[in-house]
Design a binder for this molecule. Sequence first.
Ligand SMILES: [Zn+2]
Ligand SMILES: [Zn+2]
Length: 195
Amino acid sequence: MAKARNGAEPSFKDVARLLEKGSCVLCSLLKRFQSACIQNASADRVQHLCSFHTWALAGAANTDVAAGIFLHVLELREMRLDIGGVPRCSLCEQIAEEEAERSNDFVLLLKNAEFRAWLDRYGALCVPHASRLLKRVPTGDRAVLTSLVQNTAARLKGELRCCTGHPEDRRSASALSRAAEYLEGRRGLAIKDCQ
Ligand SMILES: [Zn+2]
Ligand SMILES: [Zn+2]
């Protein structure tokens, strides 16, 4: 059974302001979290970096802060040259912890009528997150997730069929982005590294 963070029941009101209509619920929350992690990264919290987050820090963070982090990581990496192997990325670890907590919140919120109504109207889930959530939810709630994924897929298929023959239409580009998010998760979110 899922446990909410700090032992408190998650409130739909708190989560509602963070949700994006028509986008995967977990991808939306994790993308925000990842951006904050990159912006607020500090040398004392980062020991190692994956390729994705190394380049994300190089491109997005404050130069002083990024230089301090890279110095720290370089020194640690030098010490490990003779040992071999690269430890897990500190940012991937933070995102994986957040993903586990947000997934627990999601499972608990499925009991909330307001959240269920929001999901019916605006909700979506990408395939990677739907398959992970299906392993966590009680049997009785699996039908909600399955129909959410099926509805997302049906809507996308309709949008993609409309795109064919209208390559110049701006709606075609956004339909392709939504289909890519559905299949692989949100662009720029290192969810594959977080497993
Ligand atoms: Zn997702
Ligand atoms: Zn990483």
